[in-house]
Design a protein around this ligand. Structure first.
Ligand code: NAD
Ligand code: MG
Length: 386
């Protein structure tokens, strides 16, 4: 029986994780849950999974929730302290890190420091603080399993092979909803257009990141830390069918790929149950019915965010944290209809231009850089308002 804490249980990854838990009650037990503001969904999750500890963002919501769950319900905490209490809950073996954004960094680090194995969806913690996260993973001798489908595919394609035989990693990208647009036509896309991902159903922030292809840029940085390879050995191919989830090319020219239907339950289940595979109630991948699988180079003019991510990765140290923070501010502004889609890249680029390297020795250095970049991005945002 694996005992789980789920950080971000009401999100897309959190809810998918709980569906897998429900289908395998003999394998998993939920010990702690954290969520933002969706109390109704959280309440349903509490009633179904009976965690011992729960945390929400606001103290007022914790009071409301306590009344609803009654005396037999779990202990309910709130805020940053509640999040850390759940991330480090002594009775849990594994923490599913599924908060969106840099907000996931501190609780993920706390879970690692507490010796928990991690199933990582929150790519932003590796983007912002990859060196520190991986050092902590090594020091605490815990296992960190990727949930991101590309990284799960690479992790699976590496099984049984030697790391030193790898020539390069090839991350696949669907290209998102704007694959067939031109740089000029992108100026007129709406929020609804950007949220309508052709292949994956995901949270709002990652859906916009997929439309700009910043998501792939963040994933290149995530791969750099997970698999300890430099940017020159990490390539991106556009693959609109989203069947090949990523590949590893070896020094003898062999390419190992992992294929499947685009459903996050596959990679989540693998992270939860590695090295075993769980039976999942999903439609099979029917390659014969699928038709052609195509691959092409990403159009860097159409998707300049991908280039910015490589630029930040090569600059190193604090630059990826700046990239991430500026992206979160810009995407937030686009989601609240304050700016045009094409202004997202302008805000990130301007913020990166103003940054001077800061050495990252401690998580506090990352938080400081993150807050600096948010302030700068907000300045550019004010100049950029529609
Ligand atoms: P989501 O927006 O659907 O859910 C986010 C969860 O985090 C919610 O439970 C929300 O309440 C909570 N949350 C948000 N802000 C918070 C904060 N400041 N403090 C505490 N909790 C907070 O997001 P998602 O799509 O499930 O993505 C979660 C993470 O997984 C992201 O890092 C994303 O990049 C990654 N990921 C998602 C998918 C996917 O298919 N959705 C695929 C690969 C990777
Ligand atoms: Mg992904």
């Amino acid at each position: 029986m694996k005992r789980l804490t789920i950080l971000g249980s009401t999100g897309s990854i959190g809810a998918n994780t709980l569906e897998i838990v429900s289908a395998h009650p003999d394998r998993f037990q939920v010990k702690a849950l954290t969520a933002g503001y969706n109390l109704e969904l959280l309440l349903q999750q509490i009633e179904k999974h009976h965690p011992d500890l729960v945390s929400v963002m606001l103290a007022d919501d914790a009071v409301r929730l306590r009344k609803r769950v009654g005396a037999d319900g779990p202990e309910i905490l709130s805020g940053a302290e509640g999040l850390i209490a759940c991330a480090t809950f002594p009775d849990a073996d594994m923490v599913v890190s599924a908060i969106v954004g840099a907000a996931g960094l501190v609780p993920t680090m706390a879970a690692i420091e507490a010796g928990k194995d991690i199933a990582l969806a929150n790519k932003e913690s590796l983007v912002t603080a990859g060196v520190l996260v991986m050092q902590a993973v090594a020091k605490k001798k815990i296992r960190l399993f990727p949930i991101d489908s590309e990284h799960s595919a690479i992790f699976q394609s590496l099984q049984g092979h030697r790391a030193r035989d790898v020539r390069r990693l090839i991350l696949t990208a669907s290209g998102g909803p704007f694959l067939n647009h031109t740089p000029t036509s992108l100026r007129h896309v709406t929020l609804a257009d950007a949220l309508a991902h052709p292949k994956w159903s995901m949270g709002r922030k990652i859906s916009i990141d997929s439309a700009t292809m910043m998501n792939k840029g963040l994933e290149v940085i995530e791969a750099r830390w997970l698999f300890d390879l430099p940017s020159e050995q990490i390539a991106v191919h556009i693959h609109p069918q989203s069947v090949v989830h990523s590949m590893v090319e070896y020094i003898d020219g062999t390419v190992m790929a992992q294929l499947g239907i685009p459903d996050m339950k596959g990679p989540i289940a693998y992270a939860l149950s590695y090295p075993e595979r769980l039976p999942l109630d999903l439609p099979p991948l029917d390659l014969c019915q699928m038709g052609a699988l195509t691959f092409s180079q990403p159009d860097t003019e159409l998707f300049p965010c991908l280039g910015l991510a490589y630029r930040a990765l090569i600059a190193g140290e604090s630059f990826p944290a700046v990239l991430n923070a500026a992206n979160e501010v810009a995407v937030g502004a686009f989601l609240s209809k304050q700016i045009l889609f094409t202004s997202i890249v302008d805000i990130i680029s301007a913020t990166l231009d103003q940054h001077q390297t800061v050495k990252l020795n401690h998580i506090d250095d990352v938080l400081h850089v993150d807050s600096w970049a948010r302030d700068r991005a907000q300045d550019f945002l004010r100049q950029n308002l529609i």
